[in-house]
Write a protein that binds this ligand. Structure first.
Ligand code: AMP
Ligand code: MG
Length: 531
């Protein structure tokens, strides 16, 4: 059953038309080696392991030779109530490199399917990630602690279960930067250098990321559960129903009280992902691999692979070297999110109504709300970026602006940050006027923009600077950091960026260097898959 739905139109950076385009698990079978001294007072649970066993495989990490710390995120550790005895200590290193399994941990790999570049892979799953435990944090929120790159699992297929250090560095820095930018995202608790070599196109140093997320349940998890077609009897719930009930309880508890809880769940995920992608678009973020297995049910950004922020604005931008047909280009992201949500809706059909035609009608109505939800969220974001008090005026102004930015190859982040300088003087030398070759085009747009402004310039500037970052993780800087760590063993730049990224909206002496545009020699930029 393939659902049809009305997709996003052509406006606002959204594209129109069609989209382009088990063996070596000895470690998993060994009895777990638990380490009693790593038991502590953290509040940990294992609710995922109570789901039907079809949905995961218990599996222990494979030890590494000579681990060392790359990073430990102390503020996040405090938020989690993570045992201070494990922070940057040898005990912590043994645990977060997978060399020891704590008594509070019950590692498992989650099963999922996924549409990868539009093609269904029925059995993916955590091929190189292991859920250690759920921590109940200081705010009483349940959060997954996962090791990424901790060795083979029953879902590894031909992969080695490992991560190269470069992608670990990128995920650590970009996910933490996204958090600081206010975007829902998985977090990075720690990064470890394994001391071992992984083989990709060439030998590379290995790394392990400790990832924290509201959960790692994906659209692909529902696709996997729905394809099992198990249970569903009076005595025995299907894996799909168990998963849906679990997700409602964990992420969308308000749905329990809805007349149709599973429809309410679908609507909630549609809403969360529409809001998320609108926020990505407003920051120039390109996820890179929006396969259904990389889209979180909770509405967080997860699975940072060949992701990157746009430099000079061009809606057709694709950074990922594996995305040869531009399926996941900047402009396609909203439409792809809706396409992915249609796959979620298909997976949920058996729970929506007894008769398939009724279920399809409900799902289609839900999916058809996506464009409206997306545009409203996008308009609100653009309105705030432009310093407007009414979001209604923002749509046309923002659409015209994006065309102008593209035609003039203007740096997206620098433009919005400097726009506030033009509040009273559109030709201000520190303002965006200098970024445009088409001065006339800029002046016409700026005059229309000024007409829509209301309020004190100082107050507008303040509000604009709170949403338009002074700096983002620039691609050329991330590449430089990765090469310094992986080729020279020099952590200095990594540590400086990891420190500065927490205040992207405040300009200061330390963060000037992160704000500069990429030198022309670094464009166009390409990233390689996060394996
Ligand atoms: P990703 O491209 O990282 O989203 O991964 C897509 C699928 O491939 C997931 O099922 C991963 O677990 C799996 N995978 C990626 N890299 C590896 C690896 N090095 N070893 C085993 N499985 C992997
Ligand atoms: Mg993935």
């Amino acid at each position: 059953m393939q659902l049809q739905f009305e997709n996003c139109g052509s406006a606002s950076g959204v594209s129109q038309g069609t989209i382009n385009g088990v063996s070596a698990f000895e470690s998993c079978l060994m009895p777990q080696t638990t380490c009693p001294q790593l038991a502590c007072n953290m509040q940990t649970e294992h609710s995922y392991a109570d789901l039907p066993s079809t949905l995961f495989e218990l599996c222990t990490p494979t030890p590494v030779g000579a681990p060392s710390w790359l990073a430990f995120n102390h503020p996040l550790a405090a938020e989690l109530g993570f045992d201070p005895a494990l922070a940057e200590t040898d005990a912590g290193l043994q645990l977060l490199s997978g060399n020891q399994v704590a008594a509070w941990s019950n590692p498992l790999a989650q099963a999922y399917s996924g549409h990868q570049f539009g093609h269904l892979s029925p059995r993916l799953g955590d091929g190189r990630a292991l859920l250690l435990a759920e921590i109940i944090d200081q705010q009483q929120q349940r959060r997954d602690i996962q090791l990424k790159g901790a060795g083979p699992t029953p879902y590894s297929r031909r992969g080695d279960g490992r991560s190269a250090l470069g992608p670990v560095i990128r995920e650590y820095l970009v996910s933490e930067a996204m958090f600081a930018l206010g975007v829902p995202t998985s977090r990075a608790l720690a990064a470890v250098i394994t001391g071992e070599t992984v083989y990709r196109d060439q030998p590379k140093p290995g790394g392990i990321l400790t990832r924290v997320a509201a959960s790692h349940i994906r659209i692909g998890t529902f696709q996997f559960a729905s394809m099992l077609k198990d249970g569903g009897t009076a005595q025995h719930d299907s894996s799909l129903k168990s998963l849906a009930d679990y997700v409602i309880k964990r992420h969308y508890p308000e749905c329990v009280h809805a007349e149709q809880p599973y429809l309410a769940l679908l609507n909630s995920v549609i809403q969360a992902q529409a809001a998320l992608v609108a926020q990505w678009m407003s920051l120039g973020f390109i996820h890179g691999v929006m396969n259904t297995d990389n889209m979180s049910i909770s509405g967080e950004t997860i699975d940072y692979g060949p992701c990157a922020f746009i430099d000079q604005f061009d809606p057709d931008t694709v950074f990922s070297s594996i995305d040869q047909h531009g399926r996941y280009a900047y402009r396609n992201q909203p439409m792809i999110a809706q396409w992915n949500l249609a796959r979620l809706a298909e997976a949920l059909l058996p729970l929506l109504a007894d008769a398939e035609t009724d279920a399809v009608a409900l799902a289609t109505t839900a999916l058809n709300q996506f464009p409206e939800l997306y545009y409203q969220a996008w308009q609100d974001r653009m309105s705030a970026k432009l310093g407007l008090s009414s979001s209604a005026a923002a749509k046309t102004l923002a659409e015209q602006l994006l065309q102008l930015l593209a035609a003039n190859k203007v740096d997206f982040t620098i433009f919005f940050r400097t726009l506030a300088f033009a509040l009273s003087d559109v030709s201000a030398v520190k303002g965006p006027a200098t970024l445009f070759t088409d001065q006339q085009g800029w002046l016409v747009w700026a005059a229309q923009w000024q007409q829509q402004l209301s309020g004190e310039p100082a107050a507008i500037q303040h509000s604009m600077n709170a949403v338009n970052p002074f700096f983002i993780p620039r691609n050329h800087q991330i590449e430089l950091i990765i090469s310094q760590v992986t080729e020279q063993g020099d952590l200095t730049l990594f540590q400086q960026f990891a420190r500065d990224l927490s205040s992207p909206f405040t300009e200061n002496a330390d963060n000037q260097r992160w704000a500069a545009a990429a030198p022309p020699s670094d464009l166009p930029y390409r990233t390689f898959c996060g394996t």
